[in-house]
Design a protein around this ligand. Structure first.
Ligand code: COA
Length: 250
């Protein structure tokens, strides 16, 4: 069974992160499968919008920490970097439905979605600094642009978790919903019924002001991220996660 599920509902593609036993933590294979799904969706005239959600009780716990330790991404060809590039360039509406944990890339990918819905008690976090890393996915540009420098600094530098309600207040998500997936699918169907070229052109225009700048920031973040992954600070943080897991204290 694949860890990335795809289901076509009319002209909407629903992609599910499907590794619930690991809170949908993302592996290199999952990133590659996500990229392939988005590339196919881009080229398929009959896909007009994409909805992304997580199976089980989480959206995603972010990058698999074992992979950070054992097979860290090495460069622009790595599956995670490829995925971020496909995500950044994806031309059709992308709608996220968030519940439970949305950690690391689970939160930063929302900055690339066109719409997002979350449960009030969803737990979002970008604990890059706490892990000895740096922000990724263009979040060091996109997040302060959205919420202002002071709040972005507080969230990045403390690594604290914030709720779906707070994410809505900061306009990272459109609204808080008891059934974010239902809401996302409904909105996707509405958008899918709109004239498709107009939808694509409008999304491109909405992003045109900062698309190139985000690509450049993503490259710079990627270089720092790869260096940070090898650092003592990161290795200690990853080992701590593993030790706490063994002790049952995560
Ligand atoms: N990488 C690898 N495995 C992960 C994971 C990750 N990012 N997140 C969760 N898991 C695994 C856990 O090790 C556990 O596996 P086990 O059942 O074999 O012990 C399983 O998923 C369930 O997670 P658990 O920690 O028991 O759930 P929880 O509800 O207590 O906590 C989180 C959920 C998301 C808060 C916690 O798992 C966590 O902090 N994960 C790491 C998040 C992270 O730092 N990601 C990287 C961001 S850059």
């Amino acid at each position: 069974m694949s860890n990335i599920l795809q289901k076509k509902l009319g002209q909407v593609l629903h992609i599910t992160l499907n590794r619930p036993e690991k809170k949908n933590a993302l592996t290199p294979t999952m990133y590659s499968d996500l990229s392939s799904a988005l590339i196919r969706a881009k080229d398929d005239f009959d896909v007009r919008a994409v909805v992304l959600s997580g199976a089980g009780d989480a959206f995603t716990a972010g990058n698999d920490i074992f992979d950070f330790l054992n097979s860290p991404p090495t460069g622009p060809d790595s599956p995670v970097v490829q995925f971020l590039s496909v995500l950044h360039d994806f031309p059709k509406p992308l709608i996220a439905a968030v519940h439970g944990n949305a950690v690391g890339i689970g939160t930063t990918m929302l900055l690339h979605c066109d719409l997002a819905y979350a449960t009030a008690d969803a737990k979002l976090a970008m604990p890059f600094v706490s892990l000895g890393l740096v922000p990724e996915a263009g979040s060091s540009l996109l997040f302060p642009k959205l919420v202002g420098h002071a709040l972005a600094s507080e969230i990045f530098l403390t690594g604290r978790t914030f709720s779906g309600t707070e994410a809505c207040e900061m306009r990272l998500v459109n609204s808080v919903e008891t059934d974010p997936l239902g809401k996302a699918l409904k909105t996707a169907a509405l958008i899918a019924a709109q004239p498709p070229t107009s939808v694509i052109n409008t999304k491109a225009l909405l992003k045109s002001g900062h698309h190139q700048a985000v690509a450049m920031v993503m490259e710079a973040e990627g270089e720092l991220f790869r260096i940070a992954l090898e650092s003592d600070e990161a290795q200690i943080a990853f080992m701590k996660f593993l030790e706490n897991k063994e002790k049952g204290q995560k």
